[in-house]
Design a protein around this ligand. Structure first.
Ligand SMILES: [Fe+2]
Length: 234
């Protein structure tokens, strides 16, 4: 899915890159796959199912025969999808191809990785806004188009201090970044791949229906706590 050379380059160089159409012949997911996942009760428990910028708590009635009462019911998911962006974590074993891709990354990087399925069905961008992460990230666009912007701005101590804190100084800094020229400003089409090294400000603007697969790679070398990548076939 992602060629070894690109994974090695990502590991060795602290540089973001875009590879248009790199995964066009093996796009990992489509809307039909998502339909299966979203309707599979054990797959959408609140440990996996995350709502970006959620402000209200979720409540629902427990139901008969359900083994996991933390699973978000479909009617609630339908309501959430009206105006929220969602991501489902712990998806690295969603298919044999995704599991193999994550295994390649872990073997080359000697660090644990995961796959997060991001999607929204509304047209107003409800994603994270400008931010940086403490892990590296590959993103493959699967359906729809989104805009990716990545900045090469060097981080200072205040950037870490203001991260995830709602304060005037932090907002000012994010505005400053947003108004500066990004190193990457690209429209992601299905099959496009982007790599964002850790501690790089970025913004994924999804203002139309989209589905993408995000592959976070931990920045520590702890190969021993990667997931079991054995794949059972019949
Ligand atoms: Fe991010």
């Amino acid at each position: 899915m992602i060629p070894h050379l690109l994974i090695e380059n990502a590991r060795d160089l602290n540089t973001p890159y875009v590879m248009p159409q790199m995964c066009k012949d093996n796009i990992p997911l489509d809307w039909a796959d998502l339909e299966l996942i979203v309707n599979l009760t054990p797959f959408v428990n609140t440990d996996r199912f995350n709502i970006v910028n959620r402000t209200e708590p979720l409540h629902w009635q427990h139901t008969a025969w359900t083994t996991d009462n933390q699973a978000v019911p479909p009617t609630t998911i339908r309501k959430i999808l009206k105006d929220k962006t969602v991501f489902i974590k712990d998806c690295s074993r969603l298919s044999k191809a995704i599991n193999e891709c994550i295994k390649d990354i872990e073997d080359i990087w000697k660090a644990p990785a995961d796959a997060h399925v991001f999607f929204n069905t509304h047209k107003s961008d409800g994603s994270f806004g400008v931010h940086f992460d403490n892990n590296h990230n590959f993103i493959i666009q699967c359906e729809g188009e989104s805009v990716i912007k990545v900045w090469n701005t060097e981080l200072n101590n205040d950037d870490f201090k203001y991260r995830d804190v709602d304060c005037v100084e932090g907002k000012k800094r994010l505005r400053e970044i947003e108004e500066s020229k990004p190193a990457i400003d690209h429209i992601m089409k299905p099959g496009d791949l982007v790599y964002i090294p850790k501690h790089h400000y970025h913004q994924y603007i999804a203002n139309q229906k989209r589905l993408s697969l995000s592959i976070p790679v931990a920045d520590y070398e702890d190969y021993n706590i990667r997931q079991d990548r054995d794949w059972i076939s019949f």
